[in-house]
Design a protein around this ligand. Structure first.
Ligand SMILES: C[S@@+](CC[C@H](N)C(=O)[O-])C[C@H]1O[C@@H](n2cnc3c(N)ncnc32)[C@H](O)[C@@H]1O
Length: 207
């Protein structure tokens, strides 16, 4: 079986219009454990500035904000950001939140301005993987934490089950980070009960 790139769903339709709202609503529940996992791994607290790339309806943004962090939720989809703003108004987490409509490949955020960057279930959609990684590297402070989380996918999976990473894809992505000077870079499988996910956690180059 041919190796798949980490962004094998780069040509998936954008989350726009009615489809964007329906897709966003399906992500409103069932993601809190993913969000808590990355927040725990990054040890997020009130001293941190966090950016969530592809934040969708904003679950992980609110988890970080509840811990007092200053958080930027970034997503190219207007329906996702509308849902994120609405849910956040209802739930009122503590930290300061900024929403930015942009893709990973052109974040429109200042250089070296974040302590933590994560991307949950989105790298497999990035249309320009190298450009997205350039941006991650640019916005992170030296020594900052980057975590990509994806659902575990079996080799050869199709349909919804393919919206994640096989072990090969996770390790390919880890190798891309290492070749950019991120170190250490760790690939870990997690059993979250209803969801099995894989994380690639990395420390940004020291500069
Ligand atoms: C499966 S959803 C995950 C949403 C959220 N991170 C979560 O776990 O609930 C994928 C998200 O990636 C976003 N996305 C698509 N293309 C993107 C890009 N080029 N850069 C950043 N995010 C993108 C979509 O708009 C969507 O919100």
């Amino acid at each position: 079986m041919a190796d798949l790139p980490p962004n094998h769903h780069a040509d998936y339709p954008q989350f726009t219009g009615l489809f964007g709202y329906i897709a966003g609503l399906t992500m409103v529940t069932g993601r809190t454990r993913d969000a808590r996992l990355v927040a725990d791994m990054a040890d997020v607290d009130a001293a941190d500035r966090v950016v969530d790339i592809g934040c969708g309806p904003g679950t992980a943004v609110r988890v970080a904000a509840k811990r007092g962090a200053r958080v930027t939720g970034l997503d190219p989809s207007e329906p996702m950001l509308r849902l994120a703003r609405l849910l956040t108004r209802l739930r009122r987490p503590a930290g300061e939140i900024t929403w930015v409509r942009a893709g990973a490949e052109d974040m429109r955020l200042p250089d070296a301005s974040f302590d933590v960057c994560w991307s949950l279930a989105t790298v497999h959609h990035w249309p320009e993987l190298e450009a997205g990684m350039d941006e991650v590297e640019r916005v992170l402070r030296p020594g900052a934490t980057f975590i990509a989380l994806e659902k575990q996918a079996a080799p050869g999976a199709t349909g919804n089950a393919s919206h994640g990473w096989t072990p090969q894809q996770a390790h390919t992505f880890a190798g891309m980070l290492r070749s950019r000077g991120f170190t250490p870079v760790e690939v870990t499988n997690h059993d979250l009960g209803r969801r099995q996910v894989v994380t690639v956690a990395a420390t940004a180059p020291q500069g």
